[in-house]
Design a protein around this ligand. Structure first.
Ligand SMILES: NC(=O)c1ccc[n+]([C@@H]2O[C@H](COP(=O)([O-])OP(=O)(O)OC[C@H]3O[C@@H](n4cnc5c(N)ncnc54)[C@H](O)[C@@H]3O)[C@@H](O)[C@H]2O)c1
Ligand SMILES: O=C(O)C1=N[C@H](C(=O)O)CCC1
Length: 269
């Protein structure tokens, strides 16, 4: 029998945490060996299966991340920026693959992952789905083919609990559009228009964030020209999509050298 990598899920009680636990349990390629929550959370000390309203799974939710990671081959982490930075150092110490789905990290926080990536594999992406990563590649191609006569706008919509904007996916799409155009996103990014903004600046890449209800995640990249518009669209209707991608990344990372990777690497796009 081949060895199944042991997986720890951080943020176990979260929307993605619970989806990731179900995805690992449903997989015949990996085993759930740990579940981590923040100190003081009422799931800590409980069996994770029972806490999720099901049967006991023999895995107790812990706030001791290093202890949990030391038994694992991979950590799948969809939590919050500060927590993810802490987990990166601990996953590196345990030599476990660290799959990061957390969004809303600043450029400075992303740079702080580098020391951990010298010791362990880190796969980080603002969106783990095949469809969005294909859309990233398409966006790059379309942006490279069109000149600044086409205004680029990224429009995203998510559920009302989401705390960061623009979404990680919108930023991936914006980066891809900027790369296609041969410019730096930071130089052309236009976020949060309000009031007398003045006319749109040629070459800018605009972002709009919609928040409402239970929208899982929707992204449009609009190329608006004179007399015509092109819209590239992805619509996620089920969070399982992201969890499946994250598990794929955790398995893919098992035989890779330490370093920072993304889903384009995992999916070979
Ligand atoms: N990359 C992707 O494909 C993708 C997909 C969906 C969501 N996300 C991102 O994943 C993150 C989580 O999303 P969510 O909807 O599950 O949020 P959520 O609020 O439902 O869950 C976050 C969980 O993290 C836990 N947490 C926070 N700090 C912690 C700590 N120090 N230790 C342990 N646990 C801690 C919280 O208690 C909570 O259970 C967000 O950044 C979101 O944008 C990414
Ligand atoms: O629910 C969320 O939060 C999501 N976050 C990611 C993002 O910021 O793009 C991916 C889609 C869902």
């Amino acid at each position: 029998m081949t060895h199944k990598p042991g997986i720890v899920i951080t943020g176990a009680s979260g929307r993605m945490g619970q989806m990731l636990i179900k995805t690992v349990l449903d997989s015949d390629k990996a085993t759930l060996v740990g579940a981590v929550e923040r100190g003081g959370h009422d799931w800590v000390g409980r069996d994770v299966g029972e806490a999720m309203g099901g049967v006991p799974l023999g895995v107790t939710v812990t706030d001791d991340a290093l202890e949990a990671f030391s038994k694992a081959q991979a950590v799948i982490d969809f939590t919050a920026p500060e927590a993810t930075l802490e987990f990166a150092a601990l996953a590196a110490q345990a030599r476990a693959v660290h799959v990061i789905g957390t969004t809303g990290m600043t450029d400075e926080q992303i740079a702080q992952l580098a020391p951990a990536a010298r010791h362990a594999v880190i796969v980080r992406a603002g969106n783990m789905s095949l469809g969005v990563n294909l859309l990233v590649q398409l966006t790059k191609k379309v942006a490279a083919a069109l000149d600044e006569d086409f205004d680029i706008e990224v429009i995203e919509a998510h559920h009302h609990h989401k705390v960061d904007a623009p979404s990680g996916t919108a930023l991936m799409l914006g980066e891809a559009a900027a790369e296609g155009r041969g410019v730096k996103l930071a130089d052309v990014s236009d976020r949060g228009r309000d009031g007398i903004t003045g006319a749109r600046k040629r070459g800018d890449i605009g972002f709009t964030a919609i928040r409402g209800g239970d929208i899982v995640g929707e992204h449009d990249v609009l190329f608006a020209g004179a007399g015509e518009r092109i819209v590239l669209r992805h619509m996620a209707t089920d969070r399982a999509l992201f969890a499946r991608g994250a598990l794929k990344a955790a398995l893919w990372g098992q035989d890779k050298s330490p370093g920072e990777y993304d889903m384009i690497d995992v999916l070979g796009l």
